[in-house]
Structure formats: C-alpha cells, structure tokens
Design a protein around this ligand. Structure first.
Ligand code: G3P
Ligand code: CA
Length: 244
C-alpha cells in the first residue's frame, strides 16, 4: 500500500449525485455507467458497529425508517428501503455496508473516497472502525481509499488505527487553524467547499504538500475556476453533464 496520489480528477458525489438514491450500490453502478472511476460516500456505524453508508444522522430522509440510524443494529437497518424515496425504479434498494461498496470498487478497479460521517458522540470510534475495515479490505491493493472527515476526532481515530491510509480534512468555512490541523492529522489532502478556494490558499496548501480538492462542484464555471487555480480534483453531483 502506498500513499502516493493516484486518484482521478473527477469524483462522483454519493455514487451518482442526485440521479440515483445517494450512497446505494445502484448509485455507484450508475456513476460508473457515466464513466466515473472514483466515488465519494458517507460512512457511519450501526449500533453493533457495522460500517454502512448513510449521509444523515437520521433515517427519515433517505429510507423508509425513522430515527437515529446509529442506534439501530445492522439486522434492522439491512431490511430498510433506501431507494423508494428517490423514485419507484429504485424501490427496495438496500442500505449498503462499506464492504459491499468496497467489493464493487475492487472488482472494477475503481477508487473510493470514504467520508467518515459519525453519529453524534461516536466521532473517534467511527474513525477507528472505518480505518480498520478499510485497512483490511484494501490490504492487497496499491491504492487505498482516501479517508476524509469534517470531524477532527474521526481523523485522529483513523490516524491512530491505520496511519498508512491517506487522510483529508474537509473544510466548509475557512479558519486560521486549517493548516495546523492538516499537519497534526497527517493529512495528504485538503477538501474544501469549492467557494472558499483562493489562489493564496491553493499556494499555501501546495507549500504544505497537500492535494487540493473541492466539493460539491456542479457548474462548469466553478470547475473552470478551480482548474485555473491549479486544484487537483473535484467532487460533483453532475455525473450526467461532466464527463470525467
Ligand atoms: O465529501 C464532500 C461532501 O460530501 C461533504 O459534504 O454534506 O455532502 O457530506 P456532504
Ligand atoms: Ca459526503
């Protein structure tokens, strides 16, 4: 396993953006049909510490379940419908385990960005569990998944558990501690809300040996601005309009 940067420039957000139910295997398959070779996803823990994909703290928006997802064991979560909320064609699409998505990516030689999206209070533990599982699943692979998080405790847990796995700090609003945090957390990437990248910040990131990534870039003029700034990759919902 190496931490050299081998990731594509274009990353499909939550599998296929809004074209399919986010964070489901169906979404990843659709993103791949549109030519994407790297995918972003959101990972959290069930009550019995299975790592599965879900963006929100609660089940309500993207499944037929209700309440805090992290309080439910995988036995309950695995039977939920995570597709009907999106459209009838995806009815009964299940929540995937991280392992399911890893199998898909490894089978096809795709790359993965796992955003550690912990339930409240489980920030460090989620980072530890995601990193431990990713280390096992990708142990024979040259290019491991990129682990990212807004939560510094999650990245600390990942670093302590699997220091060789590459990490990226997610930043929505710029602040003075960004580069102190990326250094302390041993990050290889800084993943920003695309609107907060400036030429100065890109230069400072490059000086700090950080790759510069952006989310969620859905307009051509924004993609062009980021390219001119010299950033390295972007995460998009628009897998049907941006050709990677
Ligand atoms: O990982 C980048 C992006 O997905 C972070 O924001 O809210 O879409 O998870 P969010
Ligand atoms: Ca995300």
């Amino acid at each position: 396993m190496t931490t050299a940067w081998h990731y594509p420039q274009w990353i499909a957000h939550r599998g296929a953006g809004k074209l399919a139910p986010e964070n489901t295997l169906a979404a990843f398959k659709l993103g791949a049909k549109h030519g994407y070779r790297m995918f972003e996803c959101d990972a959290k823990l069930s009550a019995d510490e299975k790592v599965f994909l879900l963006h929100d703290e609660t089940l309500d928006r993207t499944t037929n379940g209700q309440g805090i997802a992290g309080l439910r064991p995988w036995e309950d979560l695995q039977s939920l419908d995570a597709g009907s909320w999106h459209s009838p064609q995806y009815a009964h699409e299940p929540l995937p385990l991280l392992q399911d998505i890893a199998n898909f990516c490894l089978q096809h030689g795709f790359f993965l960005n796992i955003e550690i999206k912990p339930s409240t209070g489980l920030e460090r533990r989620t980072g530890e569990c995601v990193a431990e599982l990713a280390k096992q699943l990708w142990k024979h692979q040259a290019t491991p998944p990129l682990l990212t998080s807004f939560k510094t405790e999650s990245l600390e847990g990942a670093k302590a558990t699997a220091p060789a796995l590459p990490r990226g700090l997610l930043v929505d609003v710029w602040h003075d501690e960004v580069f102190n945090l990326t250094r302390e957390l041993g990050c290889v990437a800084l993943v920003c809300n695309h609107q907060i990248w400036t030429a100065e910040r890109v230069n400072l990131a490059k000086q700090a040996q950080l790759k510069c990534l952006s989310y969620t870039v859905n307009h051509a003029q924004d993609a062009q601005r980021l390219a001119l700034l010299g950033t390295d990759a972007l995460i998009t919902d628009c897998v049907d309009s941006f050709t990677p």
